[in-house]
Design a protein around this ligand. Sequence first.
Ligand code: HEC
Length: 190
Amino acid sequence: MRMDEFEFTKIAGAVLSALLLIFGTRTIIDMTVGHTHQKPGYTLPAPTETAAKGGATAEAAAPAGETPDEAAKKVMALLPKANAENGKSIFKKCHACHVAEKGKKPTVGPNLWDVVNRKRASYPGFAYSDAMKAKGGSWSFDELAKFIHSPKTYIPGTKMVFQGLPSESDEADVIAYLATLADTPVPLPK
Ligand code: HEC
């Protein structure tokens, strides 16, 4: 019996130290791992904050879905401080289809010299779409803003195959540049 008791104590002791070893190790692991996890744990709110600011992110992505009217409102607000120099470099996108020098023959699109306040669809010798001819009116800053934001949305049936400028500030800048292209440049709205 004594031997059994001794054996039992030995076994119990072994089990106990094994358990201690396991829990002890786990605790150490938990502590270290816990600490390394702590950081990602704390950075987690960051994506949430970004998501909260995501209002802004979502807004930045919104212009594509904006109506021409909504976009034009923003463009008109930016226009007084628009940068025609920057607009000149953005105009490279337009230059694929438009010349903008006085008297030059139109290419894919009409010549855009003196386009601000010009009657719509009126450049001599250019074959406009029926949709463009039917629209009437003239190219005020506001009209340009609506059209350049999304040509197909604003004038369905236009043959200007261009998806539009997604950035309102780019749009304001390019319109400010167009305003310089005239014998008497059109002053930007105040
Ligand atoms: C892929 C060719 C293409 C590109 C790129 C393009 N346009 Fe056009 N654009 C056209 C065509 C074609 C028309 C004539 C549309 C019609 O008759 O429906 C036109 C018409 C216009 C008109 C109307 C002019 C008028 O005489 O009534 C304006 C303004 C205009 N484009 C501005 C721009 C601006 C600004 C850009 C650059 C941000 C640009 N376009 C990019 C092809 C293009």
